[in-house]
Design a protein. Structure first.
Length: 352
């Protein structure tokens, strides 16, 4: 009999599973509390569950755990980057960031990515697989335990496209926000997307107070299609229209990520065109000085101040993102890519 991933079960699903095994319904909240509130990863340590029921749990379920393969701590700003190893040998990255308002964790939703954005290291090796809800949750629980902190926010902005793993992401959101468990407010969670318009519409229709962060990176389709393959399917006009509707429906301000790439999208004319696109929209633009990625050849833009002023003069809310963890390769996918390359080299050497 195949065991079930208990950490990926919602409270209602867990209740149904346990009652089907002959356990009392109220036991589900006790088990859920041990796993998601107390972060206990051994059924034998559930002290308010009797031994017979412990055996039932052990016979029917397993508890997902992640192994911290590598930890890098920035000497500049205390950013911590974890390389987590999954049970099948795949690896993902998680970044703990220190802000004045508290600690925020950037988690991965996939091992790799198939979106193919030209400035992102996450897509260099394609998509291996999507993560389960438990693997996303475990990034939160294990990082909190390792750092000895309580997170004030979670950002789904690490490796992978969250809306390309919609079912598991929604399951993660339900579990992590459940008041019987971790009880993280959905208002403190941000989902980043490269712009899957139909999935944004689906998220909007669920009326959750999630903050939406959209990777825009261009003021028009011509430039965006050069940088992001997804732009060939969804026009920038349809994307921004859906984002406007997302704000009207949820009341949550949308943030647009804009990576400044030298000679590509960082001129004053690009800022003016972007301002035209966003005119009258209650949104925020987050300008990003990209980390150089040798495999991609893009260079950081040099006009951040002028770009920001152009937008500000047009009454567009804008900030230049503070670079975090620059000394530890904190950009998405860099550590995973280096690890995979080193493993390939090791295997080649072994074969020789």
């Amino acid at each position: 009999m195949q065991k079930a991933d208990i950490k990926s079960l919602t409270l209602s699903e867990l209740t149904c599973s346990l009652t089907a095994l002959g356990m009392e319904g109220y036991r589900a909240k006790q088990v859920f509390d041990w796993i998601h509130a107390k972060n206990v990863n051994s059924f034998a340590k559930f002290t308010n569950i009797n031994s017979q029921q412990i055996r039932l749990l052990e016979d029917n379920f397993y508890i997902t755990l992640l192994k911290i393969s590598k930890t890098l701590v920035s000497s500049i700003d205390n950013t911590v980057k974890y390389l987590y190893e999954l049970c099948d040998g795949e690896c993902i990255e998680t970044v703990l960031m220190d802000y004045h308002h508290g600690k925020s964790l950037c988690i991965s939703t996939q091992a790799g990515c198939r979106m193919g954005c030209s400035f992102c290291a996450s897509a260099l090796n394609g998509l291996a697989r999507s993560l389960t809800a438990a693997e996303m949750l475990e990034q939160v629980y294990a990082s909190e335990a390792n750092a000895g902190v309580r997170l004030s926010g979670i950002v789904l902005m690490g490796i992978g496209e969250p809306l390309d793993n919609m079912e598991n992401v929604l399951r993660f959101l339900e579990i992590v926000s459940c008041d019987a468990g971790r009880n993280m407010s959905l208002r403190n969670i941000t989902i980043s997307t490269c712009g899957l318009v139909d999935r944004i519409a689906e998220l909007k229709n669920r009326s959750m107070p999630i903050t939406l962060s959209v990777s825009l990176h261009a003021p028009n389709d011509s430039i965006r299609q050069r940088l992001m393959p997804v732009a060939k399917k969804y026009s920038i006009e349809s994307l921004i229209a859906e984002c406007r509707d997302y704000f009207r429906h949820t009341g949550r301000r949308v943030s647009f990520e804009y990576a400044l790439i030298g000679g590509v999208n960082d001129r004053e004319c690009h800022a003016s065109e972007l301002a035209d696109r966003l005119s009258g929209f209650v949104c925020h633009v987050n300008l990003i000085n990209i980390n150089p990625i040798p495999e991609k050849g893009h260079k950081p833009g040099s006009n951040a101040a002028l770009f920001k002023k152009t937008l500000t003069d047009r009454n567009i809310s804008v900030t230049v993102r503070r670079t975090l963890g620059a000394d530890i390769n904190a950009a998405c996918g860099q550590l995973r890519t280096m690890t995979m390359q080193n493993e390939e080299c090791r295997m080649q050497n072994d074969e020789e």
